[in-house]
Structures are given as structure tokens and as C-alpha cells.
Ligand binder design. Structure first.
Ligand SMILES: [Zn+2]
Length: 129
């Protein structure tokens, strides 16, 4: 998604990082499935210990491009693989406060209207950096 229109007329733009009106969510019923990433990372570490790093990478990613990439990139991509599968987006309309929540794995968003006016910074990051 790069642009999403709100019923109020505002266009929500998703074309950069660090967006204060965007959030991600994971459904509680997917937590166990996502925990499998720990097992995948553990298997990667064991493959390194056993001298089977390249063999494991080729089988896991079905590609040879990872063989020359650092371990940190491999681990990051294992985590990204799970995020892509289970993590969805939410957007806040900065004009009217409606929250758009992604439905399932479709490119479809369901809209919710707030009951009060305390919504403006609801998706503002908590990190200090
Ligand atoms: Zn709106």
C-alpha cells in the first residue's frame, strides 16, 4: 500500500519510513507461529557450528545469494520472513482520527471512528531516538 483514501477526503500516504500515523500489529493467535522464528535462528546457529552454513542457507531460502552475506543479515531476513507473513498494518487518518486496520492478508482496510479526540498521537513512537 502506498496511498489509502479516507472517507473524510484525506489521503493517507505510506511512502517513507518512520511514519507517525502508521503502526503494525500481530494477531494473538499467530504468536505461536511467529515463535518458530526462534527455532529457525537456532537451527541456523547450529548449522554454523556444524560447518553446514551454506547448505542450510540454500535449503532454507532456496537461494544461494545468502552464502556471502553476514550472519546478521541472515537473522534479520529470517525475522523479516515471519513479519511479512503475519504482521499487518494500521493507519491513523490525521484529519478525522479514523483508524484503518488491514483485514487478513488482503490489501483491504476496515475503518474505525474514535469516540473522543485523544487520538492524534496514538501511533507516535515510544522510542526516544
Ligand atoms: Zn479521515
Amino acid at each position: 500500500m502506498s496511498k489509502l483514501s479516507c472517507i473524510c477526503g484525506h489521503i493517507i500516504v505510506d511512502q517513507t519510513d518512520n511514519i507517525s500515523y502508521k503502526a503494525h500489529f500481530i494477531r494473538n493467535q499467530d504468536i505461536d507461529a511467529i515463535d518458530n522464528q526462534v527455532e529457525d535462528i537456532n537451527n541456523f546457529v547450529n548449522a554454523i557450528k556444524n560447518g553446514e552454513r551454506n547448505k542450510w542457507l540454500k535449503k532454507y531460502f532456496e537461494s544461494e545469494i545468502y552464502q556471502n552475506l553476514p550472519d546478521s543479515t541472515v537473522i534479520s531476513d529470517i525475522i523479516s520472513k515471519y513479519n511479512l507473513e503475519y504482521q499487518n498494518d494500521m493507519f491513523l487518518c490525521e484529519k478525522c482520527g479514523r483508524i484503518k486496520i488491514q483485514k487478513g492478508d488482503e490489501n483491504k482496510f476496515i475503518s474505525f471512528l474514535p469516540e473522543d479526540n485523544h487520538w492524534i498521537d496514538i501511533f507516535k513512537g515510544l522510542s526516544k531516538s
